[in-house]
Every structure is written in C-alpha cells, then in structure tokens.
Design a protein around this ligand. Structure first.
Ligand SMILES: Nc1ncnc2c1ncn2[C@@H]1O[C@H](COP(=O)(O)OP(=O)(O)OP(=O)(O)O)[C@@H](O)[C@H]1O
Ligand SMILES: [Mg+2]
Length: 411
C-alpha cells in the first residue's frame, strides 16, 4: 500500500539548505555595501588605538543591510582587536524589544556580568542604580565599548530622552573605559525628535543605506541560491526576474530573499525540478497578499479608521481622493465609532505612512495660492477585502463599515 509520505520525499527537493532563507542568517560577506562599511571602519579604527570613535547613525529603509552591515563590522572589529590585543566590546541591543531606559541599561550591564556580581532584577531598582552598575562594569572591563542600538527610533519617545542623555554622557562618567554609539533607524526624521541638546551631544555621522537595485539584488539572491538550492534547479533568468520585481517595488533584500524562498516552495509543490518564472509570479502574488493582510491586521486603530475611510471613498466613487475627502469620511467614521478624531495633521502623517508601506499611493499636489493637498489611491491588491480583514481583528471597524457616509461621487 502506498504511504502518504511517498510523494512528499525530499530527495528531488529544490532546496538543499533551508538556513540561507532564514531571516537570522548572516551571510559570510556583504556585497554592495562597501561605501557604508568603509565609513564605519574609518570611524571605528580609532577604537583599535584606544580612542573614542565618533558616534554614527545608520539610516535607510527596511531590508537594506543596516543590521547585517553593523554585525559584520562589529565582528570584524572584535576579531582585529583580539589579534592586536586591544580591548573592544560590542553590545547589540534591539530597541524594539528592549525599549525603556531601565531595560537598555540592564542589557548593557548584564552582558558585562562576571561571577560574583549581584544579579540586577528585570524591574525594581531605581534606573540610576542600574546606570551606575553598568558604568562600574564597563570600567572594570576597560577598553572601548561600542553600543549598537538597533531600531533606535523606537526609543525616541519622550520618556526615553533620559536614556539618550545617559548614553551620550557616558564618556564623562567612565574612568577606565570609553564608549561610542552606533544607532540604526529606518526613520530619517527621528533625530529631529530628539531634544536639541542631546542631539548635539550625540553629534553622530549619518551613514545612509539606499534600497538595492536589480543587479545588486540578483547578486545577493545568487549567493544564497548557490548554497541553498540544488544545482540545476535555478538559473540566472529566474533569479533576475525575482530581482527585477523586487528592485522595482522596494529594493528590500529581505523581501527579495523571501520571494525566492516562496518561489522554490511553489516549484516543489508543483513537483518541478526547477524554479520557473511562473513560480516566481505566483509566489509574488502570495507574498504580496500575505504582507498586505498582516500589515492591515497590525495597524493601530486610527490607522485602520483612515484606511477604512479611503476604501469607503473608493467604493462610493470618489474619483480623486484628497486629504480633505479622507478627513470628511474619517471624522464621520470616528463619530460612528464614538471616538474623538485625531488632528488633520496626524491624519496627514498616517496617509504618508501608508505610502511608505506601499498600502497607498500618495502624491503631493500644489493648489497654487490655495496651498497643497495630497492625491491618494489605495494599493490594496484586488481580491483582498481590506475592511473585512480589519473587521475580523477589530469590532470598531465592523461598526464603522456599516455606517452610511455622506460623501458620494463628485464629478
Ligand atoms: N548586501 C547584502 N548581502 C547579502 N545579504 C544581505 C545584504 N543586505 C541585506 N542582506 C540580507 O537581507 C536581510 C535584511 O537585511 P538587514 O536585516 O540587514 O536589513 P535592515 O536594513 O536592518 O532592515 P530593517 O530596517 O527592516 O531592520 C538579511 O537576511 C540580510 O542577511
Ligand atoms: Mg535591521
């Protein structure tokens, strides 16, 4: 009798090493980021002589190698330091998860823990005491401490200003060691939100990471394919097709790698021994659908209300949506939900964030002496019921979606 696993045998599988598609996978070398890596090396080389390297902030959109480059440079720096007998410690902290003053300081101190040290509890000490303990441990190790604050923009809320103050003042307080900061952010405007005096203490050099072009993505994908996919199961034409799609839409290496991964799954489930363009096309559709659905589900309530308003306007035949027409529907929606609307300025920044997330296309238009407005159209793929998806996770949207709206077709 046939076994249900017979046809699921992995022998002819296209993928031979799944790890290359793992988001945590760190490639042994990093192509196409030479300029940024060189700028980081130039600053950090000072640490090898025991001097304080300049602070840096790595800026760029998602998936352009900021985290990968900072890890690569940190690892190379530590290796070099070991060879020449210099004391350098790099501490990577992801501020999306570790996002309060207490927890960041706790994270630094914990990494420098030695046997016999008092265990710092996760909460409960005054934060100043955690700071003193972190400083004591940094001094005990000596050398230069490089603090890598990934997703640093998550800290820029007002309550964490004190942390940025602490970290930018470390070199005044440290006696036997030195510290320097590498911040990473995909929001270029975030330094503007840091209070002036702290910003000037930080005086960081900006290192800009731009989205990858098609050739660059093709190289990145080929490197993964060579290790991860069976020889003969892929060719340059399909890789190039994947790269072209990715470069045209976002230039994000993470999403490009994921597109290749899903394409291989498509080939496998069609029992093909090689990945063809049609597999990439159908994977592309699936990936884009999944991305949009998870973005919609995760939007905060007022962003959901704004997206709902854009879609309601579209359904009601409003041909050119502007900030004004969205505002009109949004305020009605808030009334149905029994909520106070945000300011029109906040609405405008929500609309901009839809543009960055490719959920809507937003074009700034000048109205001459009457000022400026935006022309907005949603980019939700056909076949996705955005309001239905948001309603499933949020009762308020269900309530709002059933309302009757004043705004109708304007010709
Ligand atoms: N130049 C490159 N060569 C090889 N792999 C790369 C390169 N750039 C990025 N990658 C890979 O793409 C993925 C995303 O990169 P990374 O995590 O560094 O992006 P990021 O800029 O930090 O994005 P985010 O802002 O979303 O955190 C990782 O799996 C990384 O290994
Ligand atoms: Mg990152």
């Amino acid at each position: 009798m046939a076994n249900i696993f017979d046809s699921a045998s992995r022998k002819n599988s296209v993928i031979i090493d799944r790890r290359v598609f793992d988001p945590q996978h760190t490639p042994p070398s990093l192509n196409h980021r030479d300029t940024q890596i060189r700028a980081m090396v130039l600053n950090l080389a000072d640490a090898l002589d025991g001097h304080i390297p300049g602070n840096m902030i790595l800026f760029g959109p998602s998936g352009v190698g900021k985290t990968a480059a900072s890890r690569f440079v940190a690892q190379q720096l530590e290796e070099r330091a070991q060879i020449i007998g210099s004391s350098i410690y790099t501490h990577e902290i992801n501020c999306q998860h570790v996002n309060t003053r207490y927890r960041v300081l706790h994270g630094i101190a914990e990494r420098l823990q030695q046997p016999g040290d008092q265990i710092i509890p996760f909460t409960g000490w005054p934060a100043d005491r955690v700071l003193s303990e972190a400083i004591r441990r940094m001094d005990r190790h000596g050398g230069v401490h490089i603090l890598i604050l990934d997703e640093m923009d998550q800290l820029a809320s007002r309550s964490e200003d004190q942390l940025l103050y602490d970290l930018t003042s470390l070199n005044v307080l440290l006696r036997e060691s030195r510290a320097s900061i590498i911040g990473i952010s995909n929001d270029i405007g975030f330094t503007e939100r840091i209070p002036g005096p702290i910003r000037s203490r930080l005086s960081a050099e900006d290192i800009i990471f731009t989205p990858y072009g098609s050739e660059q993505i093709a190289d990145i994908l080929e490197d993964r394919a060579k290790i991860g996919l069976r020889q003969g199961s892929w060719n340059e034409v399909t890789i190039r097709f994947c790269a072209d799609l990715s470069a045209k839409e976002h230039g994000d290496a993470r999403r490009a790698i994921d597109l290749l991964r899903v394409s291989t799954l498509r080939a496998e489930s069609a029992q093909c021994n090689s990945i063809e363009i049609e597999h990439v096309q159908s994977a592309h559709k699936q990936v884009e659908h999944e991305r949009v659905i998870s973005l919609l589900q995760g939007l905060p309530l007022h962003q959901k209300l704004t997206m709902t308003s854009i879609i309601i306007n579209e359904r009601n035949g409003v041909l050119t949506q502007t900030t004004g027409t969205i505002w009109e529907t949004y305020t009605q929606a808030c009334r149905f939900a029994g909520m106070k609307p945000l300011t029109s300025r906040s609405l405008s920044s929500i609309i901009n964030s839809f543009h960055s997330a490719s959920l809507a296309h937003v074009k700034n238009v000048s109205l001459g002496r009457r000022g400026r407005t935006k022309h907005v159209s949603s980019l939700i793929p056909r076949g996705i019921d955005a309001i239905g998806i948001m309603s499933e996770v949020d009762e308020t949207i269900k309530l709002v979606a059933n309302g009757t709206y004043k705004l109708q077709r304007r010709l």
